[in-house]
Design a protein around this ligand. Structure first.
Ligand SMILES: Nc1ncnc2c1ncn2[C@@H]1O[C@H](COP(=O)(O)OP(=O)(O)OP(=O)(O)O)[C@@H](O)[C@H]1O
Ligand SMILES: [Mg+2]
Length: 117
């Protein structure tokens, strides 16, 4: 799977977990350490802090708690693949999320110039 597919996976999740999705944004920028960051943000369901630690494990899906709206179906593999791809590029993926407000997933990788390849 390619880097672009990793970003596509995050966009897919952002749309999937944002009911009535009005706005999903993708930003690319150089972070403070000069690395390349691509951040995908949504205004969806968000993820409770206690559920964030295991998100990138293969086949892990956040449990549906009493009172939560029904969750879309899935196999829980998407974020594990995103993590594997980010790491294959020498980078990482992280999440910032507030339950009920939305989430931002960011892939950060070293900047590679053509002369580095
Ligand atoms: N943008 C998001 N907003 C809220 N929850 C999310 C978001 N992205 C992922 N999650 C939570 O993280 C879990 C793992 O995501 P992941 O993409 O790995 O699996 P999935 O979407 O359930 O299935 P699939 O394998 O089809 O991608 C999801 O089940 C969901 O609970
Ligand atoms: Mg997914």
């Amino acid at each position: 799977m390619l880097y672009g597919q990793a970003v596509g996976n995050l966009v897919h999740n952002a749309l999937k977990y944002t009911p009535d999705s009005v706005c999903v944004t993708v930003k690319a920028y150089r972070d403070g350490d000069g690395r390349v960051a691509v951040a995908v943000s949504d205004t969806g369901t968000g993820i409770r802090e206690e559920d964030q630690a295991r998100l990138f494990e293969a086949f892990y899906r956040v449990p549906q708690r009493e009172g939560d709206p029904d969750r879309p179906k899935g196999s829980g593999i998407g974020l594990a693949l995103v993590k594997a791809i980010a790491e294959a590029h020498g980078g990482e993926v992280c999440v910032e999320s507030t339950f009920g407000e939305g989430s931002t997933f960011t892939i950060t990788t070293p900047l590679r110039r053509p002369s580095d390849v």
